[in-house]
Write a protein that binds this ligand. Structure first.
Ligand SMILES: Cc1cc2nc3c(=O)[nH]c(=O)nc-3n(C[C@H](O)[C@H](O)[C@H](O)COP(=O)(O)OP(=O)(O)OC[C@H]3O[C@@H](n4cnc5c(N)ncnc54)[C@H](O)[C@@H]3O)c2cc1C
Ligand code: SF4
Length: 528
């Protein structure tokens, strides 16, 4: 690689700075490579985050309306997706929870049997936990206690537990020297359980990626540029991808594209998350810029088969916003588990998007049920919109299950379009989720609601969109090989949620981190 210095601006360009991108940035920099991370979102510091999710300009990513916040909502036919945007990707908005999936994940889906995934990934999960500072939530608050009582009623107290989370639980009133990386990381302050993790931690307590992987990568020389959207990756020589790539990007936060840029690089890591990576790859394939990409790009997309229900209490003594974003986990049966989730006090935005929880086979039955609710219980429905302390009175139940079904993303006219490819269509109407919502509602003297998109379109909302450039035996079965190298191209990798090749049934960020750690371990150090 000695003469590469003259031919290339960088050894690796990493597209996106979420979990996969950040791990890649650190490990490649440590191996002596010259690394550029390109991120379309903004670089948020703790003081920049919105105080509540009513500050839409700082919370939502909607560039046509000049809103450059940290959360993006993408409504497709079969699923509504929420995802993170900004330096640190999903870690800025995520709820910190880092579970290791059950064995089934490692032995199912597209990667089944290609290696002993569970054994091979075990040491990488351990490194991922250490790097992200995974530690058990030390304190339960009202939402967790309600869920714990439901677990008792269902005779499964032993299946209720505190999750491991990426939060620093030191003193909340003193800044201390880096407690995680022998002083090489940034100074930190302990968590004060304000519940604001999903609008960005204002207290420097959440271990988002800018506090670990990205921070350390920068110290090792990696360059990170924010507010630039990668639009194209093309081989310098179409007959020999070993000769590197030209990566084009444009300004992501300005209408006038003052910031067009091009760099030459030996290697590329796709880490834009499912929406970013799959969209870019589908574009590159359809324009014949990367024609060798597998026909499987956009296939095998999974959710965690989730249901989100929001339970609002009438009891003024409860404060359901206190605690960390996800304070507890409970497995009500062998397939699924539910987490008690909260937003910080004042983050009341969701109340305008929810309607009473009703189940029904088709939209007409559900609308009929909703009308019944409106006629017989108008105060429940209307009272909810008038409520000033909505976040304080609301616990969100996030139910996930291992059952598998897949969808496919294709290029649509304006956005991606989706199609069901295996199993049944993802649905928010999961009987166990309703049972749990009803029980928690009874426990806290409240009412259960769901997202209006879920009830009207019958498609679930998910924060865990996965797959789309999955691992396969060859290019007819997947987009990447078992080392996450893209079939058909040299020095090109996919390291993000789109490489997840089965349904983890649990929150995926730890798995994305561990898989990227493993993928990076196969890349040799730079031979200078
Ligand atoms: C509200 C919420 C709560 C969540 N809670 C949890 C939780 O508790 N535990 C858990 O495990 N997971 C959680 N998740 C899911 C988690 O955030 C994602 O699974 C994870 O972030 C995905 O990681 P990734 O590496 O695939 O990419 P991401 O983290 O999604 O990062 C991709 C980055 O790439 C950027 N990008 C995309 N395309 C381009 C492009 N063309 N050019 C430049 N940049 C680009 C994006 O802006 C983004 O910053 C949550 C998600 C949300 C939205
Ligand atoms: S609860 Fe508050 S202080 Fe603790 S990590 Fe979340 S946002 Fe930060």
């Amino acid at each position: 690689m000695a003469e590469d210095k003259d031919r290339f601006d960088y050894d690796y360009v990493i597209i996106g700075s979420g979990f996969g991108g950040s791990v890649s940035a650190l490990r490649l920099s440590e191996k002596g490579y010259k690394v550029l991370v390109v991120e379309k979102g903004k670089w948020y510091k703790k003081e920049d985050f919105p105080k509540t999710n009513w500050d839409l300009k700082k919370w939502l990513w909607l560039p046509p309306f000049k809103m450059f916040g940290i959360l993006k909502m993408t409504i497709l036919r079969h699923v509504t997706i929420i995802s993170g945007v900004g330096v640190g990707g999903g870690s800025l908005v995520y709820a910190n929870t880092l579970p290791i999936p059950k064995s089934e994940f490692f032995n199912s889906g597209n990667w089944k049997g290609l290696t002993d995934w569970e054994a091979e990934l075990k040491p990488h999960y351990a490194v991922a936990e250490k790097m992200l500072g995974a530690t058990e939530n030390p304190k339960f608050y009202d939402s967790d206690i309600a869920l714990q009582k439901v677990a008792q009623q269902m005779g499964r107290s032993n299946k209720f537990e505190a999750p491991k989370v990426s939060v620093f639980f030191g003193r909340s009133d003193v800044e201390v020297k880096d407690p995680f990386f022998n002083g090489e990381g940034p100074d930190r302050v302990g968590c004060n359980f304000c519940g604001q993790c999903m609008t960005g931690c204002p207290n420097n307590a959440k271990n988002s990626l800018d506090k670990n992987y990205l921070y350390l990568a920068q110290n090792k020389g990696a360059k990170i540029i924010a507010e630039k959207l990668v639009t194209s990756v093309k081989p310098i020589d179409h007959k020999n991808s070993n000769k590197g790539y030209i990566v084009d990007f444009k300004d992501a936060t300005s209408y006038f594209n003052k910031g067009l840029g091009t760099v030459k690089t030996k290697g590329v890591i796709f880490s834009g998350g499912v929406l970013g990576t799959v969209r870019l790859m589908l574009n590159m394939k359809s324009k014949k810029i990367l024609p060798n990409l597998s026909e499987d790009v956009g296939n095998h997309i999974r959710t965690n088969n989730e249901n989100l229900s929001l339970i609002t209490t009438r009891d003024k003594d409860l404060d359901l916003s206190k605690g960390i974003a996800i304070g507890s986990i409970f497995s009500p049966d062998d397939d699924g588990h539910v987490e008690a989730v909260r937003y910080g006090a004042g983050s009341n935005f969701w109340k305008i998007l929810i309607i009473p929880m009703v189940f029904g086979k088709n939209v007409f039955i559900r609308i009929f049920q909703l009308l019944k609710e409106l006629i017989f219980h108008p105060s429940v429905w209307i009272g909810n919109y008038l409520r000033k302390d909505y976040a304080k009175r609301t616990v969100i139940l996030l139910f996930m299950q291992h059952l598998d079904s897949t969808i496919k993303f294709k290029k649509g006219w304006f956005n991606l379009s989706s199609k069901v490819t295996s199993g049944s269509k993802p649905t928010p109407f999961i009987p166990m989720a309703k049972t749990l919502a009803d029980k928690v509602a009874k426990e806290i003297n409240g009412n259960a609601f769901m997202m209006s998109t879920d009830i009207i379109f019958g498609s679930p909302s998910t924060a865990h969109i996965l797959g789309g450039s999955v691992i396969g035996k060859d290019s007819s079965k997947g987009v990447i090989d078992t080392e996450q190298k893209v079939f058909g191209y040299e020095n090109m990798y996919v390291c993000d949620g789109s490489a997840i090749s089965a349904n983890p049934g649990v929150n995926p960020s730890l798995s994305i981190t561990a898989m990227t750690e493993r993928a990076m371990s196969f890349i040799p150090s730079k031979n200078i």
